[in-house]
Design a protein around this ligand. Sequence first.
Ligand code: NAP
Length: 330
Amino acid sequence: MAPLDQNHPIAAVLAGVVDRFRVRRKLPALAPEERLDGKVALVTGGASGLGFATSVDLARRGARVLLADCRDLDRAHRRAVSLGVPTDRIEPLHVDLADLVSIGRVVKDLARGGARLDRLVLNAAIVPTRARSTPQGLDEMFVVNYLSSFVLVTRLLDEGVLPRDRPDGDVPRVVFVASEAHRWSEGLDLERLDRPRDGSPRRVLAWYGTYKLMLATFAWELARRLQVGGVPRVSVFALCPGAMRTNIARELPAPLRAPLHAVMRLLFQDPFVADEPVLHLACSRALEGHTAVYLHKMAPKDVDARAADASVGRALWEASETVIHARIPP
Ligand SMILES: NC(=O)c1ccc[n+]([C@@H]2O[C@H](COP(=O)([O-])OP(=O)(O)OC[C@H]3O[C@@H](n4cnc5c(N)ncnc54)[C@H](OP(=O)(O)O)[C@@H]3O)[C@@H](O)[C@H]2O)c1
């Protein structure tokens, strides 16, 4: 019998189950004193799943969290408060990551309000089962899963909302929620980054891996650009949280969703457990002065060689700028 393609949904679920038991933790738990009191964090896709758990746990470690999402913000805020987070530690921030204009507007508003971010967690992603177009005429999965992160980070840096030089010397951190799926990607087509995606549900996990490879490649290029003489002015980290019980497969047809939810309930991690590597990358003192660190759950690993390749990183950066400038002139 031919082996299952890694981008087949059954292979992806099995890989998640195997990882649950195979990946051994290599890092210690955060100490209680590794806190973010007085710091400001922004978490994208913060209203549900991993983003919500991360927002609550960052707030529990003292941060004021801007919970950025485009739906269910009030419900997420109420839920965070019901879990004991003080009301003023979680602030809903409406942004539609599928809309490049919405991202630009939010960054301008933050800049006008004098916001300064210490931690940025790029977490939002979707797994749509058909192709949909964004207000700028791009594919929604391409924009939410990759391009929105490029636009958000570069605009936040340009506006000084993500400062390169903090007077208190605390280096800001950008944490990318990637996935081991970046290793399964067939590769990047940088000539036509914005080419229409085939919306076939059969190919959606292949595209998911490709956008995660884009994200990891962008992250490592960002890490190179944000260091001077090997010293990071903003640290850049990435991780795969492992398979989690979330709503990410919400668009799957009902006959597939029911068995998947049963497997998720039994064998996948709760997001409040799976957020440990995100919290580690955001809070660990051992990471001060470091950049370009990738964790698979609580085990450090190298990213795929394609993501670490500086020439690919440069080419992806330029291709992303070209796509953006064609849609929203600077
Ligand atoms: N679940 C897993 O097993 C797994 C494994 C490895 C990696 N990951 C990664 O973990 C991250 C979080 O995933 P999750 O499982 O927690 O999924 P999730 O529960 O679906 O959370 C994703 C969040 O992103 C939000 N979002 C979607 N489109 C948006 C938009 N246009 N603007 C603003 N926010 C938007 C969603 O809002 P709505 O709910 O309103 O759409 C949702 O709150 C993703 O990067 C995913 O790739 C997940």
